[in-house]
Design a protein around this ligand. Structure first.
Ligand SMILES: [Zn+2]
Length: 136
């Protein structure tokens, strides 16, 4: 089987548990590099589970992106709802075999877009929106 050239504009995020579809897109490198644990300081596992959010993990060493689905979080940390994401961070790693083993990862809560009511393919009129960055 030949290796087709991947479209660099469409990186595919892995998921936990594996094999699920993911709509997560890796944030800009700038945002990932500037990630600090306090940015998720008040959020806990319970926050993610209550809201039905995934946890996005971006490796800063190898560029891998992983989406931890709520069901995986519930399965893994369901009895530790009070665990702060900032405290969870040091335990996370870009886990082998697909990962590089680095602990230098950025995390963020990820809210999956609501499932479309109709499964009709429609062109999205919005091009990739760029949020205004407050550079001063
Ligand atoms: Zn990695």
């Amino acid at each position: 089987m030949g290796r087709a050239v991947q479209n660099p504009d469409a990186p595919v995020a892995e998921t936990l548990p594996p094999g699920l579809p993911s709509t997560l897109k890796r944030p800009e490198d700038k945002a990932i590099r500037s990630f600090k644990p306090w940015m998720v300081g008040d959020d806990t596992i319970g926050t993610l589970l209550d809201e039905g959010w995934s946890l996005g993990i971006c490796c800063r060493a190898c560029g891998r992106t992983v989406e931890c689905k709520p069901q995986w979080l519930a399965d893994r940390f369901g009895d530790r709802r009070g665990l702060r994401l900032a405290d969870l961070l040091p335990r996370l790693a870009c886990a082998p075999p697909n990962g590089c083993g680095s602990h230098d990862v950025a995390i963020f809560p990820y809210c999956e877009p609501a499932a479309p009511v109709t499964a009709i393919t429609s062109a999205d009129p919005r091009s990739s929106e760029q949020p205004p960055s407050g550079r001063g």
